[in-house]
Design a protein around this ligand. Structure first.
Ligand SMILES: [Zn+2]
Length: 69
């Protein structure tokens, strides 16, 4: 099932821009996020997010398989 993914436009302290789904409790505020689109996997969402933020990374809570740092 496809999910909507968003990227946080505010970087984490380590420079990562986290990718989230709307159900995440760490979901960014509306003024801090950009809608990426609907994807089957977080890997596809990360790929799209990297077009905007080269240091995009999966959220440890909602995109655990895509969280690398
Ligand atoms: Zn999240």
């Amino acid at each position: 099932m496809k999910q909507k993914y968003y990227v946080n436009d505010n970087a984490q302290p380590n420079g990562d821009h986290e990718v989230h789904v709307p159900t995440c409790h760490k979901f960014p505020e509306i003024y801090n996020r950009t809608y990426l689109g609907e994807f089957e996997t977080c890997q596809e969402a990360i790929r799209e997010a990297k077009n905007r933020h080269p240091k995009a990374n999966g959220c440890i809570h909602c995109c655990t398989p895509c969280h690398t740092s």
